[in-house]
Design a protein around this ligand. Structure first.
Ligand code: NAD
Ligand code: ZN
Length: 371
C-alpha cells in the first residue's frame, strides 16, 4: 500500500513488504476518512460495516466524509456483540455485498471494535478472493491490538477465533476521540492490553504507565496519544518480524493463557476479554516467580499497575482441574503442551511449555496462602 502522503504526527508503518500499511493515530481523524482513502488511491464503492451503536454515534460523520471525497458508500449494520462473530453473519454481509454489486475495486471499512474488525477483515479476505479493507477502530482493545496485524476471523461453536485468515488492512485509522464514548468497563478493559506491551517489550513504557496511569485513566489526550502510538509501534514491530505467529508474535499472548481459560470458564459472561487478561497477567507473573524466572518485585509492580488501572486482579474460585483443562483447550497448545508467556523482568518475557506438575504445585500453594 502506498504511504500516506501528508505526514501527520502519529503515523506508524507496519513493514510487511508489499502488504505494508500505515496506522494513522489522528484525533478527529474520522472526519478525514474520505481523504485518507483518496490518498491511498481508492476510487470505488465503500462498504461501511458497523453496528447500530457505532452507526448512531459516528455513521453520519463517516458517510459525510466519504461523500465529500467523492465516494459512494453503503452502510451494513449488524447487531452488536461477540455473538455476530460467526459464519452466519459473514454470509449475511457477503449477501449484501453481492446484492449491492461490490467489485474488486471496492473497499470495506470496519467501523467498530474488535468484533467488527475481525468480521470485516475476514469478509474482505474471501469476497471475490480478497478486496481491500480499512480498520477504523473505536475501542481501546481494537486501537492497540486487534486492528493491527491482520488476524481476522470468526468463532466456531466449539472454539473462539477458530475460523479465519491472516489478511492485512490497507490502512488503520485510529481516532482517539472516539474512545470518549466507550462504556467505562470497555475502556478500562483495554488498559490490560496496554500494560501487556510494557511487560513484554518496553521497560520504559511500563515506567511511563506507572507515572501517568491516573492521567491515562482520565483520558488526558497527550498521555492517551502516546499510549496508543507506543502500543502500535510495538505491535507493528512484532508483526513485521513474525506475521504468522511462528515465533516472536506469541509474546503478544502474555496473560492470555490463564486469561482465555478464565473467559471460557466464565462462559464469556463473567469477564470481558481485557479483564480476564488483566487477571491472567497477574497470575502468570506469579507463576513465573514461583518457577524462579522473575523477582517478586516484577509481580508486585505489575499487580499494582493493573489495580490502578481499575482492573480486577483476583483469581476467581476455580479448581486446578478445571483451570488446566481450560488452558489445554487454548490455541497456544501444541503437541499437547501448554505454551505460556512468562515474564523474566519488566519488558522481557520467555515463551515456555508448562509442566503440569509444577503448575499444580504453584496452584495448591495459592490455595494455602489464601486460606
Ligand atoms: N484480531 C486480533 O488480533 C484480535 C486481538 C484482540 C482481540 N480480538 C477480538 O476482538 C474482540 C473484542 O474487541 P473489543 O474489545 O473491541 O469489543 P467489541 O468490538 O465487542 O466492542 C465492545 C463494545 O463497545 C461498543 N463500542 C465500540 N466502540 C465504541 C465507541 N467508540 N463508543 C461507544 N461504544 C463503542 C461496541 O458496540 C461493543 O458493545 C474479540 O472478538 C476478540 O477475539 C482480536
Ligand atoms: Zn487480548
Amino acid at each position: 500500500m502506498p504511504q500516506i502522503k501528508t505526514k501527520k504526527t502519529g503515523l506508524v508503518r507496519v513493514g510487511l513488504g508489499k502488504r505494508s500499511y500505515d496506522i494513522a493515530i489522528h484525533p478527529g481523524g474520522l472526519t478525514q476518512l474520505g481523504q485518507y482513502l483518496k490518498d491511498l488511491g481508492f476510487s470505488g464503492k465503500v462498504g461501511i460495516i458497523t453496528n447500530p451503536v457505532l452507526e448512531g454515534l459516528y455513521g453520519r460523520t463517516v458517510e459525510q466524509s466519504l461523500k465529500r471525497a467523492g465516494f459512494q458508500s453503503h452502510m451494513i449494520s449488524i447487531p452488536d456483540g461477540e455473538r455476530t462473530k460467526t459464519l452466519r453473519w459473514v454470509a449475511h454481509i457477503l449477501d449484501q455485498l453481492m446484492e449491492q454489486r461490490f467489485e474488486r475495486q471496492s473497499v470495506l471499512v470496519a467501523l467498530g471494535g474488535g468484533v467488527i474488525g475481525d468480521l470485516t477483515g475476514f469478509v474482505a479476505s474471501v469476497y471475490l478472493r480478497g478486496i481491500p479493507f480499512v480498520q477504523v477502530a473505536t475501542t481501546l482493545v481494537a486501537q492497540v491490538d486487534s486492528s493491527v496485524g491482520g488476524k481476522t476471523g470468526v468463532n466456531h461453536p466449539l472454539g473462539k477465533n477458530m475460523i479465519g485468515a491472516f489478511y492485512q488492512p490497507s490502512l488503520v485509522l485510529l481516532d482517539t476521540q472516539t474512545l470518549g464514548t466507550l462504556p467505562t468497563r470497555e475502556w478500562i478493559a483495554g488498559l490490560a492490553e496496554v500494560i501487556k506491551y510494557g511487560m513484554i517489550a518496553d521497560r520504559n513504557f511500563f515506567t511511563f504507565l506507572e507515572n501517568r496511569m491516573d492521567d491515562i485513566v482520565g483520558m488526558e489526550q497527550s498521555a492517551l496519544h502516546h499510549v496508543v502510538k507506543r502500543c502500535c509501534e510495538i505491535k507493528a514491530s512484532v508483526v513485521a518480524k513474525d506475521e504468522r505467529e511462528s515465533g516472536l508474535r506469541r509474546i503478544l499472548n502474555y496473560g492470555h493463557t490463564i486469561g482465555h481459560a478464565l473467559e471460557s470458564l466464565g462462559k464469556y459472561k463473567k469477564y470481558i476479554h481485557g479483564e480476564a487478561v488483566g487477571i491472567g497477567m497477574v497470575w502468570e507473573a506469579d507463576l513465573s516467580q514461583t518457577l524462579g524466572l522473575c523477582s517478586k518485585q516484577v509481580v508486585t509492580r505489575q499487580r499494582d499497575l493493573v489495580k490502578r488501572a481499575g482492573l480486577p486482579t483476583e483469581l476467581p474460585t476455580v479448581t486446578f482441574r478445571d483451570l488446566w483443562a481450560a488452558m489445554l483447550h487454548d490455541k497456544k497448545v501444541a503437541q499437547g503442551l501448554v505454551y505460556c508467556v512468562l515474564p523474566k523482568a519488566i519488558g522481557k518475557v520467555t515463551v515456555d511449555p508448562l509442566d503440569q506438575k509444577a503448575v499444580k504445585s504453584w496452584f495448591n500453594q495459592l490455595g494455602k496462602n489464601r486460606t
